[in-house]
Design a protein around this ligand. Sequence first.
Ligand SMILES: Cc1cc2nc3c(=O)[nH]c(=O)nc-3n(C[C@H](O)[C@H](O)[C@H](O)COP(=O)(O)OP(=O)(O)OC[C@H]3O[C@@H](n4cnc5c(N)ncnc54)[C@H](O)[C@@H]3O)c2cc1C
Length: 236
Amino acid sequence: MSFLKDKLSIFTKTELPFIKRYQESDRVYTFLFEKDKDLSWNEGQHGLFTITHKKMKDSIRPFSVASSPSEGVVRITTRIDEEPSEFKKALLELEEGMKIKMIGPVGSFYLKDETPRLFMAGGIGITPFRAILKQLEADGNRGGKPSELLYVDSQEAHLYKDELDELARNTSIDVHYLSTRNDMYSYTNEFIASHNNNAQYFVSGPKSMVASMTNYLKDKHISKRNIIKDTFRGIE
Ligand SMILES: Cc1cc2nc3c(=O)[nH]c(=O)nc-3n(C[C@H](O)[C@H](O)[C@H](O)COP(=O)(O)OP(=O)(O)OC[C@H]3O[C@@H](n4cnc5c(N)ncnc54)[C@H](O)[C@@H]3O)c2cc1C
């Protein structure tokens, strides 16, 4: 049933009024939109966001929703470089009350079974985990199954750090801020030694990171059904 629900939500379209944006770091911005009362999502899912205030060739991008519905806003966080795409230029032009369209929620990257969980984020791939940790905080960590977040960023510019530290305190989830993939392999080995296939492994980030961590898990005999992936196509 949940598979069917995930598929059907692709037909849900919602107009979201822009509230405000702020900078998370040098090149990373968060955009907040009003949440329509009928809109909901499972923490970790993404939406397909369309620019509507101007015409452009390539007006849609998928973004993970980085907030939980209980926060009452739709939050997206994205990197905007010095020479942004037309889409991201248009995002920066948004003023309070202007609307963007969201199709969805989409995807199956969310919590289903109550098992220990290893959350693995690469760079901007942290966005769905912010929402998931918010959910776990609200739910009292769902019975307290041991969970860890491994967050690798080679620039050591870990986003949401203050919030993640607070969420870690409120949920007893261990958060590890890492700067290399080798660090991620070491922590992953420790987790596998304790939980093996009695756990779920959530991987989110750029294509190369998701592919290499998935292969690593498979080499360690973690079954495909215990690996849940969110590949951020379009991010190097
Ligand atoms: C499920 C999902 C969740 C995502 N969540 C986030 C998020 O939370 N934050 C965030 O910043 N980004 C997220 N992304 C990536 C986002 O959709 C954009 O692709 C990215 O931000 C780059 O956008 P851009 O406009 O700067 O560059 P673009 O103009 O999109 O181009 C960047 C480069 O990627 C290539 N490219 C673009 N789209 C694709 C594609 N579909 N497949 C292969 N190559 C492609 C282009 O040719 C170009 O070389 C997500 C992607 C997916 C699929």
